[in-house]
Design a protein around this ligand. Structure first.
Ligand code: DCP
Ligand code: MG
Length: 458
């Protein structure tokens, strides 16, 4: 069995380089009168613009300004060059000539049939209403002329590492949040206070662009919560500066959903109570919020609406997911080998739960991965409103994900993954009464008579 734990999508963090350490010696008695007043916290959130698509445009600059979507398969350079040689036999095609590929050669999404999903789209494609997680068939209807490019995760990881290394050279206190986003503590970095942080944000933007050709957007605010919202204000290639005093004018008019930690279910419930904007939320009595949303989550909702967030920018590179998977010795069938599969499935869930507990994490996105006998792989996941490291909960939700895949083919691999991890005990949301995702009958009962044929809850 392969053990996959602590996956970091963007590779190794390199936070400490260039970090200054101030040494204090025992004979230096700290004189509080001479200690300069603490600088106001300035925290930046930086997010790359249309990341995967922008990386693709680096090798295909002829697509700049055009609607381009990324998804539907993995890039195979040899296939691409082979097709180019066939289509344009008079030219010499190698990886250095990609910028010369005529526009007519690029596949369009018109007539796409299949179940592929878009990872991201260029801003030109977004004007047609196309966006991340949309099915390619739907996108084809919205903009048939859009160009479809396959994904190349190695390339995205390479640029992810590159832009993060640039940031830590300038501002060493950086926290990895995903393949294309980070938090940066600007407070004590030169330029980090000037113009609210704009000077430093501009320097970072410019340095990343000069080194990679990629643009990003930055929000600088008193804390992570507000900075995360602010980085979206001026996308693409924007800088937004938010001060504490801007709470009412810039933050309160926004939809509650803009708060990182308010998901679709919480939003729905807030709306049922007539709470639409963050301002509406701020106006509610915190006791009422606690009564209706649970003690911890209710209290957090109140703090968030008032723009309060003390979380430090953490240098540690936090894992975003933990998973376990196993390739069977012989291919197994969901019906004929159901008890064996059931046992394996339960064991995988228990192992992921044990990994999470041992390392002190809990997560709320639970997913499965299957590989069929024809080597085709599928994944499905489901996000809960609560964080968990509990084997039975993982088993139950992963079981629900299984309902959403074709189980008529034989299987060669099965995997279970828990993502959206947080350190145990730091989750913003406590179990909430409105969580409908985990139900007792979820796995065994299936109106199509399908799931009970699968891996029973042994
Ligand atoms: N991604 C994905 N599936 C999603 C969302 C995103 O595969 N449902 C990938 C593709 C994105 C990358 O993650 O390029 C970063 O996600 P963002 O949400 O930051 O989206 P973009 O960077 O593409 O666009 P934006 O300019 O809005 O940040
Ligand atoms: Mg982005």
């Amino acid at each position: 069995m392969r053990v996959l734990t602590g996956r970091h999508p963007k590779g190794k963090n390199t936070p400490a380089c260039g970090q200054t350490v101030t040494a204090r010696y025992p004979w230096q008695v700290p004189d509080t009168h001479l200690t300069p007043p603490a600088l106001p916290r300035r925290i930046a959130h930086l997010d790359m613009d249309a990341f995967y698509a922008s990386v693709e445009l680096l090798r295909y600059p002829q697509l700049k300004g055009l609607p381009v979507v990324i998804g539907g398969g993995r890039r195979k350079e040899d296939d691409l060059l082979g097709r180019l040689r066939l289509a344009y036999p008079d030219q010499d095609w190698s990886a250095e000539h990609l910028a010369e590929i005529p526009l007519a050669f690029f596949p369009r999404i018109a007539g796409y049939t299949g179940r592929g999903v878009i990872t991201t789209a260029t801003y030109a494609a977004r004007t047609f209403g196309i966006g991340s997680a949309m099915g390619l068939m739907k996108a084809a209807k919205l903009c048939p002329e859009a160009i479809l490019l396959p994904v190349d995760f190695d390339q995205y990881r390479h640029y992810s590492r590159t832009f993060k290394a640039i940031i830590t050279e300038i501002a060493p206190l950086m926290e990895n949040r995903g393949v294309d986003e980070v938090y940066i503590d600007f407070t004590e970095v030169p330029g980090g206070q000037r113009d609210g942080g704009r000077v430093l944000a501009r320097l970072i933007q410019k340095t990343i662009f000069e080194a990679t050709g990629l643009t990003c957007s930055v929000g600088v605010a008193p804390n992570k919560l507000i900075a995360k919202m602010a980085s979206e204000f001026n996308k693409p290639n924007g800088i937004s500066i938010v001060h504490e005093a801007d709470l009412q004018t810039l933050i309160w008019p926004l939809a509650c959903r803009k708060i990182n930690g308010i998901g679709p279910k919480a939003e729905e419930k807030l709306q049922k109570h007539g709470i639409h904007t963050i301002g509406d939320l701020a106006a509610r009595d915190p006791l009422w919020l606690k009564d209706n949303f649970g003690k911890a989550y209710g209290a957090w909702l109140h703090e968030a609406a008032w723009g309060r967030d003390d979380r430090p920018v953490s240098l540690e590179s936090e894992p975003v997911s933990m998973s376990r998977e196993t390739t069977f010795e012989k291919d197994l069938h969901a019906v004929r080998d159901r008890s064996e599969l059931g046992r394996i499935f339960t064991r995988l869930c228990e192992q992921v739960a044990a990994d999470l507990q041992r390392k002190g994490y809990e997560g709320k996105t639970i997913g499965i991965k299957l590989r069929y006998d024809n080597f085709q792989s599928v994944t499905r996941d489901q996000t809960l409103d609560v964080y968990t490291a509990d084997a039975a909960t993982i088993r139950q939700v992963a079981g629900q994900c299984l309902k959403r895949v074709d189980l008529s083919r034989r299987l060669r691999l099965l995997g279970v993954r828990v993502g959206s991890l947080v350190k145990q005990g730091t989750a913003p949301a406590a179990p909430t009464p409105y969580s409908e995702t985990i139900g007792n009958s979820s796995f065994q009962v299936n109106e199509h008579g399908q799931t009970q044929l699968l891996f029973p809850l042994d």
